[in-house]
Every structure is written in structure tokens, then in C-alpha cells.
Design a binder for this molecule. Structure first.
Ligand code: NDP
Length: 345
């Protein structure tokens, strides 16, 4: 059995969804009420893969919302309680979606193994980041040529290069694609220096320097919503892979020769018959989902019950190849640009 732990993109959104689902007791509550709300198992589903393997799974809403990020103890409790619920339901492999994996790592939740009378078994959980990184690389390789960008001469900026997903993307780009140049962007110098050393390549730049040079920008950092990017400073054409969460880059660039792909999203070959991705506002909610969620499904299809993506900056090329091949085999594909992207010179 696979599990997905998710959350809403905002408090307002969470209240709206709770009301739609009939959870009236919390739908009307203020943020303090939501801070004490327990996780909810929202939906059970059965899924059949492209090669005919059937699996069962559940979606658990952690009742966390991004407005709680500054409330350290609340955020920690939300993630751990949702993991406890997944384990108590006997789920073999559960993906930590949205901010939950970041909270797990950044708040060092490994030291909180005991939740009431449950001792959390880490092998039952995955961040899903290996599949997300592989999907983002596929999206880059498949979509750049569609808008006239030749990978061999392309400059690619990875914003969030030192993160778990970003570092894996950089490893893949340097070793598996013949891109022209790789620009490494993040705020802290020391991790950038070690990444550059590990890769034996890449040029460290700040965001303002990197953007005007990049033919392709991979966004794998949670950037502030208020961040302004002047489209006039970008190359045209430019491919933007919006791998951060929440995804809001397409709103910023409408009407330019700048093409935004929703990064880290996959499409299943068949309708799944679930409601959970409507809550996640996917364009085709019966087939589309976050790649991190799909990782839990793929691991269940493969009967690979292990914390496949775990810790920080451990994603190897071999693991990316394994999860990528399994993803394709079971019927997932990376979403790309629309067939006829709007190009204005
Ligand atoms: P990490 O916390 O491991 O890494 C974040 C990276 O972003 C670091 O390199 C950090 O470095 C950098 N960063 C943060 N803020 C800025 C900034 N203002 N300017 C430049 N760099 C910045 O995160 P993950 O790799 O786990 O996740 C990355 C993103 O992907 C998140 O937004 C996450 O929510 C999203 N995600 C999306 C999924 C999907 O769509 N399918 C699935 C899983 C995650 P520094 O602090 O030095 O700046």
C-alpha cells in the first residue's frame, strides 16, 4: 500500500477545501484551530499500472498550511502526526509532499522517532525527491529543443543548486547531458563551493548575474511570492522549469517568448479515479500529480519498500536511472509545454 502526505497551498485554500469535503468543524476555524487539527485520511484509491500491476493507496492531509512555517513546534507536530497516521494505517511507503519533506529535514525530525506509543519506521517514508529530480531533467531535455534551444550550446542556471533536488539535477546535467554551461545559484557560499568541487564543474553566480545569461532556468528553491523578475533581463527564448512549490512563475511571464513548464509534475497514462489532485489544483487532476507522490506509487508497483529518497544531497545517478525507468514502465510521463506554445518575439 502507498501513501501520500500533502497539504494545502494556503490557509484560505485549506478552509475552502475542508468545507467542500464536509469537515465543517475546522473549515470555519481560525489559524489557531487549524494548528491543533489532527491529520485526516481524505481518500483511498486503487491504481493499475501500464503493465497491469494493481496497488492500493491513501491520501493524508497533514492539516499543515504554509502560514504555519514560522510556528516551528506546530509545523513539526503536523508532519510527525501525519507520518504516525500513515504508519498506523499500515502503509508501506508514503511520500512526504510539498513542504513536509523540507520541514522534516530542516527541523531535524529524525530525532523525534517516538510519537506517543508509535515508534516511526523511517523505511516506510520517502521524500520523493529522486523522482522529482529525474522528471525535471527529462522536462529540460524534452522541452528545450521544442523552443529552439540547442542543449549543446545552452547555458543552464539551477536556482537552488545546493538543495536536495537541485544538487541531483546538477549531477545529472553535468554527467548525463552535454549542456554548454551550468550556473550554480543559491545564497550560501560554502555549500556552493563544495557542490562545485563535487561536480568538478559549474560556475557560481548570484541570481541577478545568472538570469540574463541563462537559456534555461531550473527553479528548485522556494522563492518568495513577492520576488520580481524583469522579463526584459532574460534571454529569449528562455525555458523556465518551475520546480519550486508553490508554482507561480507562469503568472509572471505571460506574453513573452519565455516558456514556463510546471516542473516535477507527471501524467499517468490512465484516469485514476481519485479526487485528491483536484485539491492540489492540477490541470488534469485525474492523471496529473507531483512527481514526489508518484515516487511512492512507483516504489509500491516495484514492491520496493524502502526510504528510497532520504536525507539531504544523497541522490545518486543510479537511483535516478532506476526510478526513471520504473516511472516510464508503469505509465508515467513528464508533463511538458503545450503543443503550440505562444511565441511573441
Ligand atoms: P532544499 O531545502 O534542499 O533546497 C533549497 C535550495 O534553494 C537550497 O539550495 C537553498 O540554498 C536555495 N534557496 C533557498 N532560497 C533561495 C533564494 N532566495 N535564492 C536562491 N536560492 C535559494 O529543498 P528541496 O531540494 O527539497 O526542494 C526544492 C523545492 O522543490 C522546494 O520549493 C520544494 O517545495 C519543491 N518540491 C517540488 C516538488 C514537485 O513539484 N514535484 C516535490 C518536492 C519538492 P540557500 O539556502 O543557500 O540559498
Amino acid at each position: 500500500m502507498f501513501g501520500l502526505i500533502g497539504h494545502s497551498t494556503s490557509f484560505e485554500d485549506a478552509k475552502r477545501k475542508a468545507s467542500l469535503l464536509g469537515f465543517d468543524h475546522i473549515a470555519d476555524g481560525d489559524l489557531d484551530v487549524w494548528c491543533t487539527a489532527p491529520p485526516q485520511l481524505v481518500e483511498n484509491v486503487e491504481v493499475k499500472s501500464a503493465i497491469g500491476i494493481s496497488i492500493e493507496g491513501s491520501y493524508i492531509d497533514s492539516c499543515f498550511v504554509p502560514e504555519m512555517l514560522s510556528r516551528f513546534k506546530t509545523a513539526r507536530r503536523k508532519v510527525l502526526n501525519a507520518m504516525e497516521l500513515a504508519q498506523k494505517k499500515g502503509i508501506n511507503i508514503t511520500a512526504l509532499g510539498g513542504f513536509t519533506s523540507i520541514i522534516f529535514e530542516n527541523f531535524n525530525l529524525l530525532q523525534h522517532k517516538q510519537i506517543r506509543n508509535t515508534s516511526l519506521e523511517w523505511e516506510r517514508f520517502t521524500t520523493g525527491n529522486t523522482h522529482t529530480a529525474w522528471v525535471i531533467c527529462r522536462q529540460l531535455e524534452m522541452n528545450a529543443p521544442k523552443i529552439g534551444i540547442d542543449l549543446k550550446s545552452a547555458t543552464v542556471a539551477v536556482v537552488g543548486a545546493t538543495g536536495d533536488i537541485g544538487s541531483a539535477v546538477c549531477r545529472w546535467l553535468i554527467n548525463k547531458t552535454g549542456i554548454g554551461e551550468l550556473l550554480l545559484v543559491a545564497r550560501q557560499k560554502e555549500p556552493l563551493d563544495s557542490l562545485q568541487k563535487e561536480l568538478d564543474g559549474g560556475t557560481i553566480k548570484n541570481l541577478d548575474e545568472a538570469l540574463p545569461e541563462a537559456d534555461i532556468v531550473v527553479w528548485v528553491a522556494s522563492m518568495p511570492k513577492t520576488m520580481e523578475i524583469d522579463a526584459n533581463n532574460l534571454k529569449q527564448p528562455c525555458l523556465m522549469i518551475d520546480g519550486g512549490y508553490p508554482k507561480n512563475l507562469d503568472e509572471k511571464f505571460q506574453g513573452n517568448n519565455i516558456h514556463v513548464v510546471k516542473g516535477g509534475i507527471v501524467r499517468f497514462f490512465n484516469d485514476i479515479g481519485w479526487n485528491m489532485m483536484e485539491l492540489a489544483e492540477m490541470q488534469n487532476p485525474q492523471r496529473e500529480m507531483f512527481a514526489c507522490f508518484a515516487e511512492a506509487m512507483i516504489l509500491e508497483f516495484e514492491k520496493c519498500h524502502t526510504n528510497f529518497s532520504w536525507g539531504r544531497n544523497n541522490i545518486s545517478l543510479e537511483k535516478m536511472e532506476f526510478i526513471g525507468a520504473a516511472s516510464v514502465k508503469h505509465g508515467f510521463s513528464a508533463i511538458g509545454l503545450d503543443k503550440h506554445p505562444k511565441v511573441l518575439a
